[in-house]
Design a protein around this ligand. Structure first.
Ligand code: ATP
Ligand code: MG
Length: 446
């Protein structure tokens, strides 16, 4: 099957000279240029590769600059003081310049069974466990995922080297997996997510042979380490086209492998407000990213998992549990199930759960509770979340209006709103509250 894997069988690459492509050094990060020149002057091959070249050819601003070289990681390290070697599965050199990290990868060989000294490793299903077999320039090109990601900008003569017919694919807006798609997706199922991510972001279409296997192989993602999937999910949601990406992920059956409980909930009630809820949140994310505003993963995860949490809460309440404990239990259950698939770090999962836990508290608009909620560190996110729910018809739209006014008005206005609330609240409700302890005093068990 490894038709492309014997080094002698590679077709000649096409060299696109400087005069025939649009990439100029002025568009490349000065730090990436420094690394390229230093490698070249050290006698090594040095190329810009991957997203950097692809995006520059498409007239887009690259997210980062990756470099490929024939220097071994240790050799790269000896050239730069500001360099660290990282990664076990895929060993890389990171050259750091302040906030910017330039990734330098040594040319890799494909996996064709003849692994040397355990540097490369395949699982029984053909999945790449380790990818540290060094290889030639040609081999490095052919082991990459999509042709459009396998273009090299040569710092020696500023040409672009095209081994795989990528220039034609770029011109046609086409994503094509290098080699046999079945084999390549099995080697690394994350490539299916990458296919969707790049297609959505670049507005490219995935050519049929690369597209067809995804539907059938999507569930291979269940075997991928949850920590790696977390990184991928962030890239999928923070790429500026989260809504389109989400829709495509669902269409290919990939979303189910990332958020199984959410998919289950959505499949039950297609075209209903949970769908609109997610869509609105993703649209907001996309416009915030377009405006250069920060976005928080905690909020997005809270949105994506809300429907399973809400359904489970309702179930528990139907069994007689009160809202607050039901919500708490549902949140814990849904989170722990989700973590088996996508490892959400605590710094995001804790605020996510706070956003949920605060939801019932917006209905309590009397006395000190209001000030306490306003002062809560997660108030803003929880408020946005509540308004989003109200916007799609879940819960009381008046709540969003009231809390919005409360934040926009001055102290006198706030008093007035609180006063209205105190008198507007039905007497029946007030009576029910009275027997409860007003303020929790620090007792022996506090
Ligand atoms: P961006 O940085 O814009 O997300 P990119 O294409 O640069 O896109 P990276 O994840 O930075 O993506 O990877 C750099 C390059 O490494 C890719 O362009 C591709 O050539 C190669 N690569 C990355 N992940 C894989 C993979 N799973 N399988 C094969 N090649 C890969
Ligand atoms: Mg990159």
């Amino acid at each position: 099957m490894s038709t492309l894997n014997t080094s002698s069988a590679f077709p000649e690459p096409t060299i696109v000279p400087r005069a025939e492509h649009g990439i100029s050094r002025a568009q490349i990060s000065p730090n990436a240029l420094k690394v390229l020149y230093r490698l070249k002057d050290g006698g090594f091959a040095a190329y810009l590769v991957g997203g950097g070249v692809r995006d520059l050819l498409l007239g887009r601003e690259p997210k980062d600059f990756d470099i490929a070289t024939d220097a071994r990681p240790e050799e790269v390290r000896s050239l730069f003081r500001n360099c660290r070697l990282i990664g076990r599965r895929f060993r890389l050199a990171h050259v750091r310049f302040g906030n910017e990290i330039i990734e330098v990868a040594t040319f890799r060989a494909p996996h064709d069974g003849a692994e040397d000294e355990g540097a490369g490793e395949l699982s029984e299903e053909g999945r790449i466990l380790r990818d540290n077999v060094y290889g030639t320039f040609e081999q490095d090109a052919w082991r990459r995922d999509f042709t459009i990601n396998a273009l090299y900008y040569n710092i020696r003569d500023f040409s672009v080297v095209d081994h795989t017919g990528a220039m034609a694919d770029i011109a046609e807006g086409r994503m094509r997996l290098i080699g046999d798609p079945q084999v390549r997706y099995r080697e690394d199922p994350v490539r299916m997510l990458r296919a969707v991510r790049f297609a959505a972001k670049l507005g490219f279409r995935i050519e049929p042979a690369s597209e067809a296997p995804i539907f059938e192989l999507a569930e291979l993602l269940f075997d991928i380490a949850p920590a790696r999937l977390f990184d991928e999910v962030l890239k999928l949601l923070h790429g500026g086209v989260a809504l389109e990406t989400f829709e495509q992920l669902r269409r290919y059956g990939l979303f189910r492998a990332l958020f199984p409980l959410t998919e289950q909930a959505l499949a039950q009630e297609e075209q209903s407000y949970p769908m609109t809820f997610i869509a609105r949140a993703l649209e907001n994310t996309d416009s915030r990213i377009a405006e250069g505003k920060p976005v928080t993963p905690a909020f997005l995860f809270a949105v994506l998992l809300w429907e399973p949490v809400r359904l489970r809460t309702a179930e528990l309440m139907a069994e007689g549990m009160a809202e607050i404990p039901a919500l708490q239990i549902a949140a814990a259950e849904v989170t722990s199930e989700q973590l088996r698939h996508v490892a959400i770090p605590k710094r995001f999962s804790l605020p996510m759960r706070e956003i949920w836990a605060l939801q019932p508290r917006f209905a309590q608009r009397r006395g000190k509770r209001v000030a306490r909620l306003l002062a809560h560190p997660r108030f803003r996110a929880a408020y946005d979340f509540m308004c989003l729910r109200a916007e799609v018809g879940e819960g009381d739209p008046e709540l969003c209006t009231w809390w919005t006014q409360l934040q926009e008005t001055d102290a006198a206005g706030q008093q007035e709103l609180l006063q209205q609330q105190a008198t507007a609240e039905p007497a029946r409700k007030r009576r029910r509250r009275r027997p409860r302890k007003r303020a929790r005093k620090p007792g022996p068990d506090a």
